[in-house]
Design a protein around this ligand. Structure first.
Ligand code: SF4
Length: 743
């Protein structure tokens, strides 16, 4: 019963891509506690500061009234929105979208969604855009998070599939951590790394990061490279591996293609040149090459330092080059392993929830894949024209090309680069729908229609974590007020839109029960069917299996489920539970490419998009804090999560402080070509001379700014550049050139 005694519900933490299992304690409609799920193979009962305070943030959101609890319509921009019914809200949205589509074409509408949505939410949005409306203008904040990792995997290994698993920490002899402050951004994985190091003190850890982060405390070697020089570093490592005879010619010959052109490319990446470009010691470079290539098993962990870059794909792919050249892949403890930023960026990719993807790792650019998806959905076709990716979508809206935007579970008016353009886009749009759990995000101010969504503790569905593991998200308490599950509200809208658009299929496209868990399960089952025969085949799984056996990794085709396949973490699981899926990929050396061979990626090193120059002489880096999440709409409601870092600061090297006659706490203006913000300065030797760092989380209330044209803006993305990687279209949030002076 939902009333009376304390109930316990197994679910998943909604924050990061570690995907920890939680047990939610509730009494009636109140969430009263949370603890780690001892049976969940991601965390075995542990939670970090964010996860362990989930119940408190849930309560704080109620007492501080930050939740959006009913649909609201704004008659005019800038006025207060008024409550309306769900029927009126969805009818309004239907009429508006239908009108824009009729008058301006399918591509005049766009959807900007989130790696925090559940797989079922993602699936319905994708089918709505690509199946019903006939536009590929659907992209997500995963574009700002993992799209370079996706492109890097596909270009080298042939599929968007992280080949390693968390259990590999226990088998690695060398950990190569690049562009990831694991200690703060993926804390429970860091605990597992600490455990592994304690159990195996011989394991060597190399951390590559321009900053000396807390992650460096466990490192045997820290390479503080100059921002954006990763590709030069990786080429330099390969150069040394070749020179020293540390590559694996047998592996290269048997399982790869394209090595010779790459080997020719790295010939002039001499240690002297690489040391100079990267700003590191040539002896450290040699030691890193030796550790990586000659250890019994080398595991790379990497995150936004590689992804959020104008050469994000090149950084990912040239790191994977090193694994292929040394055969450090497809064995326990060896392989490239991208750490997912958001809780369900993986699940979103699985259902094809981006502008260039289709469901079950199919590609929009592939006519056969488009035909397969059209057949699965029962529609005549899926449009071929590529959709707009995140930065392009807001640019198109600012240009008047995209006229109606539906934004769900994300806050682009804080999190997108180049805020001046994003805010112009939202102002210019004829119709903006914001589907949100929180009424407080900056984007809500631009909404014509606000749709209240359920959030953690109320939502149900599935997510996939960094190691390809699918976990159930379960509902502990009823939805508050008029909040609805995202998939349910969107399917409701889609049913209404289907009734007014020219027919696309003979049978209804969204035949899901809108008010029952069975609706979400039916959506998941539809997704499951689309994976049959694909690299992420999950036809061996079902919600009852996930209930009975716990979270499972893909691939898990029907035959493995029948036969059982206890590898990976199985020994650590309770006896009643079994692991069916594959813990690690490519153990047979066969890759999902046309010829079965992995491909080396040959690409030239390119420096950051916005070089330092006399007017903007400092590099600005951005990143996470330990106790905050994204734009703080959840973590910002809890005082204790500000104990670690109470306010925004810009960190600079003491020498750069002295040059500007600055002392700790002095207010400074940080300006890029796009705008300026004012905040206190803090000297720190954790970053090198010529560099600066600001945490990404702070928004309107804490960090005000102005665009170069004088518009009011907020947060670090006042400064950031919209320049993106040509392959992944992921913007360079990790680097901008700035000037800093006393305010
Ligand atoms: Fe949640 Fe990530 Fe912390 Fe685990 S490590 S409790 S998933 S925020």
């Amino acid at each position: 019963s939902m009333h009376g005694a304390t109930r316990e519900t197994r679910s998943t933490c909604p924050y990061c891509g570690v995907g920890c299992g939680v047990i939610i304690e509730s009494a009636g409609a109140q969430i009263t506690g949370v603890r780690g799920d001892p049976d969940h193979p991601a965390n075995f009962g542990r939670l970090c500061t964010k996860g362990s305070t989930l119940h408190l943030t849930a309560t704080a959101a109620v007492t501080m009234q930050t939740r959006l609890l009913q649909p609201m319509r704004r008659a005019e921009r800038g006025t207060a929105p008024a409550a309306i019914t769900w029927d009126a809200a969805l009818d309004t949205a239907t009429a508006k979208f239908a009108q824009v589509i009729r008058d301006h074409g399918h591509d005049a509408v766009g959807f900007y969604i989130s790696g925090q949505l559940l797989t079922e939410d993602y699936y319905v949005f994708n089918k709505l855009a690509k199946g019903l409306i006939g536009t590929n203008n659907i992209d997500t904040n995963s574009r700002l998070c993992m799209s370079s990792a996706v492109a890097g995997y596909k270009k080298t290994l042939g599929a968007d599939a992280p080949p390693a698993c968390y259990d590999d920490f226990n088998h690695a002899q060398c950990l190569f951590i690049v562009g990831s402050n694991t200690a703060w951004a993926h804390p429970i994985l860091f605990r597992r790394i600490e455990d592994a190091k304690r159990a195996n003190p011989a394991m060597k850890i190399v951390v590559v990061d321009p900053r000396r982060t807390d992650t460096c405390e466990i490192a045997d070697l820290h390479l503080a490279i100059q921002p954006g020089t990763d590709v030069m570093l990786f080429h330099g490592l390969l150069h040394l591996m070749l020179r020293e005879g540390w590559t694996r010619p047998d592996y290269i010959a048997a399982h790869t293609s394209g090595f010779d052109t790459l080997a020719a490319r790295v010939r002039d990446c001499t240690p002297e040149r690489v040391a100079q470009v990267c700003g590191i010691d040539a002896r450290d470079l040699l030691e890193t090459a030796r550790l990586f290539a000659t250890s019994a098993a080398t595991l790379s962990l990497y995150c936004q330092g590689l992804n959020q870059s104008s050469s994000g794909t090149a950084k990912n792919a040239t790191l994977i080059n090193l694994h292929l050249a040394t055969g450090q892949i497809g064995r326990p403890g060896a392989g490239p392993f991208s750490l997912t930023g958001q809780p369900n960026a993986m699940g979103g990719r699985e259902v094809g929830g981006m502008a260039n993807l289709l469901g079950a790792h199919r590609d929009l650019a592939n006519p056969a894949h488009r035909a397969e998806v059209a057949a699965l959905w029962g529609v005549a076709d899926v449009p071929a024209a590529p959709g707009k990716t995140a930065v392009e979508m807001f640019q198109a809206a600012a240009d008047g090309e995209v006229r109606a935007l539906w934004i769900a579970c994300t806050n682009p008016a804080q999190s997108m680069p180049d805020q001046a353009t994003v805010r112009r886009a939202l102002e210019r749009c004829e119709f903006v729908v914001v589907q949100e759990a929180f009424a407080t995000t900056a984007t809500c101010a631009y909404a014509d229609l606000l749709l209240p969504a359920t959030t953690w503790g109320e939502k149900l569905g599935t997510v996939t974590n960094s190691e390809r593991r699918i976990s159930r998200v379960r509902q502990a308490v009823p939805a508050p007020g008029g909040a609805r599950h995202d998939w349910s509200a969107v399917a409701d809208f889609a049913q209404r839109l289907e009734a007014v658009l020219p027919p696309r299929s003979v049978t209804p496209l969204f035949p899901y029960a809108l008010d029952a868990e069975a609706g979400a399960e039916a959506i998941w089952n539809e997704h499951r069917e689309s994976t049959r025969g694909r690299d992420l085949d999950i036809t061996g799984l079902s919600w009852p299996i996930l209930d009975a056996q716990g979270p499972q990794q893909w691939p898990c085709p029907a035959d493995t489920a029948c036969g059982g396949n206890d590898n990976g973490n199985a020994t650590a699981l309770p006896a009643v539970r079994r692991q069916f899926g594959k813990a690690r990929l490519y153990e047979d050396g066969v890759f999902p490419t046309p010829d079965g061979r992995a491909r080396f990626y040959d690409v030239a090193y390119k420096p950051v998009a916005e070089a330092r120059e006399p007017r903007y002489p400092l590099s600005l880096n951005t990143g996470r804090l330990r106790d905050q999440w994204h734009g703080m709409s959840r973590t910002g409601t809890l005082g204790r999560l500000f104990g670690h870092v109470p306010e925004p600061v810009v960190q600079m090297h003491p020498q750069d402080m002295v040059h500007r006659a600055l002392r700790d706490g002095d207010l400074v203006q940080v300006a890029s070509k796009r705008g300026a913000i004012v905040l206190p300065a803090q000297g720190s030797t954790d970053i090198g001379p010529g560099q600066s760092f600001i945490a990404m989380h702070w928004g309107e209330e804490a960090l005000s700014g102005r665009s170069s044209a004088g518009e009011r803006l907020a947060g670090v993305n006042t400064l950031s550049t919209p320049v993106f990687c040509p392959d992944s279209k992921q913007p360079e949030l990790k680097h901008a050139a700035v000037q800093i002076a006393k305010a």
